[in-house]
Design a protein around this ligand. Structure first.
Ligand SMILES: NC(=O)c1ccc[n+]([C@@H]2O[C@H](COP(=O)([O-])OP(=O)(O)OC[C@H]3O[C@@H](n4cnc5c(N)ncnc54)[C@H](O)[C@@H]3O)[C@@H](O)[C@H]2O)c1
Length: 373
C-alpha cells in the first residue's frame, strides 16, 4: 500500500501521525510511506530520521494526497485540504464528524473511506484510540486549570493545592471515563479537593475504588451539578456519548452560579462541548476567554500541547490498525476486526455511523450492506 503522512495544519497542532519507528515497521512489510517535509519537526522527528526509517520525503501536502492510497493524519482535515481528497482514498484520523457537517459532505462527495479513530470501538465498549489522547487531555486539563487560576493569567491567584490554613481549590469533574479519571489523578495528586460526577454508577465505583475516598463521587443529575458547581474553582467536562454531540449540561443559568475567577476546561469541546456559553472551540493560539468573570478554555486538540508524548502514545495504539488495514486491505481488515468496523464513518459516498447520521440529521446506511458482510 502507499501511505501518506501530511504535516498537521490545524491551529497549534504539533503531533505527527506516524513516528519513524512506525514508518520502519510499515516499510519492513514492503509498504511505501511518503512523509511531508518537516511533518515531525515540532516533536523532534526530523526528515533524516524518517528517511533513515525508509520513508520518502515529499515537499507538499498536495503531493501526499495525490500519491497516497491511505492518508494517515492526527486531526480532522481542514477546509484547505478538501480539494486535495482523491476519489476512493482512505483517510484515518480523529474526524469528530458529529460537529463537522461540511467535512462530512466533502467525504461523501469524494467517496472517501473515512476511518475515525474516536469511533473505533471494541465489543466491550472501549474506545482504544480515543483512550491515549483522553489520558493526556485529562492530565493536561488540571495543569492548564492550575495555570489559569494564577494571577499571571486570568485568575484571582488561587493555588490549586492550597497551603496549610488556606483551602485547596474545589475541582468538579463531570464524566468519570478516561479524561475524568486522569484529571482526578492529577488534581488529587496536586492536593485539590476533587468531586467526580457521572450518570453511570459503575464508573463512580471505579473512581471510588482507585482513590479510596480521597475523591468524592456523586451521580450526575441537575440537583448535584447545581450543588457542586456553586463551590467549584475548576470545572472539567469529560463526558462522551460515542460519535454523538455532547449534551449541553451547563446552561447559562447554571453557569451564572459559578464563582468569579473560576475556570471551565471544556475537554468535551471536540464533540461540541457541554456549556451553552462556548459556541465555538478556542485554539492553542488563543486558548481562553473570560465571560461574566468565568474563564472558559475549550481547545479541541489539547494533546497537541505535548506533541511528542502524544505522538508516541497515539502510535502505540494506532499502528496495529494501520498495519492491518495496509496488510489485508479495507474489506478484509474491517471484516476481521470488529472495532475497526465501528471506526468507519463514510464509505463509497454513504454515511455508515448511526450516531453521526443522527447528529447531522443525514441518511444512514449499515456498512455491512455495502461490503457484503
Ligand atoms: N479537547 C481535547 O483535546 C480532547 C482530547 C481527548 C479527548 N477529548 C474528549 O473528551 C471527552 C471524554 O472522553 P473520554 O475518553 O473520557 O470518554 P469516556 O467514554 O472514557 O468517558 C465518558 C464518560 O462520560 C459519561 N457521561 C456520558 N453522559 C454523561 C452525562 N450526561 N453526565 C455525566 N457523565 C456522562 C459516561 O458515562 C462516561 O463515563 C470526549 O468528547 C473526547 O472526544 C478531548
Amino acid at each position: 500500500m502507499i501511505i501518506g503522512i501530511p504535516k498537521e495544519i490545524k491551529n497549534g497542532e504539533t503531533r505527527v501521525s506516524l513516528t519513524p519507528a512506525s514508518v520502519e515497521a510499515l516499510v519492513e512489510r514492503e509498504h511505501v510511506v511518503y512523509v511531508q517535509e518537516n511533518a515531525g519537526i515540532n516533536v523532534g522527528f526530523d526528515d533524516e530520521l524518517y528517511e533513515h526509517a525508509g520513508a520518502k520525503i515529499v515537499n507538499s501536502i498536495e503531493e501526499i494526497y495525490a500519491k497516497s492510497e491511505i492518508v494517515v493524519k492526527v486531526k480532522e482535515p481542514q477546509p484547505v485540504e478538501f480539494s486535495m481528497f482523491k476519489t476512493g482514498q482512505t483517510i484515518l484520523t480523529y474526524f469528530h464528524l458529529a460537529v463537522e457537517p461540511e467535512l462530512t459532505e466533502e467525504l461523501l462527495k469524494k467517496k472517501i473511506t473515512a476511518i475515525a479513530y474516536e469511533t473505533i470501538q471494541c465489543p466491550d465498549g472501549r474506545l482504544p484510540l480515543l483512550h491515549p489522547m483522553s489520558e493526556i487531555a485529562g492530565k493536561m486539563s488540571i495543569q492548564i486549570a492550575a495555570k489559569l487560576l494564577e494571577n499571571s493569567e486570568a485568575g484571582y491567584g488561587t493555588l490549586i493545592g492550597g497551603v496549610p490554613g488556606v483551602a485547596p481549590a474545589e475541582v468538579l469533574i463531570i464524566g468519570a471515563g478516561t479524561v475524568g479519571l486522569n484529571a482526578a489523578k492529577i488534581a488529587a495528586g496536586m492536593g485539590a479537593s476533587v468531586t467526580v460526577l457521572d450518570i453511570n454508577p459503575e464508573k463512580l465505583s471505579i473512581i471510588d475504588n482507585i482513590f479510596a475516598g480521597r475523591v468524592k463521587t456523586a451521580v450526575s443529575n441537575r440537583y448535584n451539578i447545581t450543588k457542586f458547581l456553586r463551590q467549584a474553582d475548576v470545572l472539567v467536562s469529560a463526558v462522551l456519548i460515542p460519535g454523538a454531540k455532547a449534551p449541553k449540561i451547563i446552561t447559562k443559568d447554571l453557569e451564572r452560579t459559578m464563582k468569579k475567577g473560576s475556570v471551565i476546561i471544556d475537554v468535551s469541546i471536540d464533540q461540541g462541548g457541554i456549556t451553552d456559553s462556548i459556541k465555538v472551540p478556542t485554539s492553542i493560539e488563543k486558548p481562553y476567554f473570560t465571560e461574566n468573570g468565568v474563564i472558559h478554555y475549550a481547545v479541541p486538540n489539547i494533546p497537541g500541547l505535548v506533541g511528542r508524548s502524544a505522538t508516541i502514545s497515539l502510535n502505540n495504539y494506532s499502528l496495529p490498525y494501520i498495519m492491518k488495514l495496509a496488510g489485508k486491505g479495507f474489506i478484509a481488515a474491517v471484516k476481521s476486526t470488529p472495532e475497526m468496523y465501528k471506526g468507519v464513518n463514510t464509505y463509497q459516498g454513504k454515511l455508515v455511523n448511526s450516531d453521526v447520521a443522527e447528529a447531522l440529521n443525514m441518511a444512514y446506511t449499515e456498512l455491512s450492506v455495502l461490503i457484503g458482510f
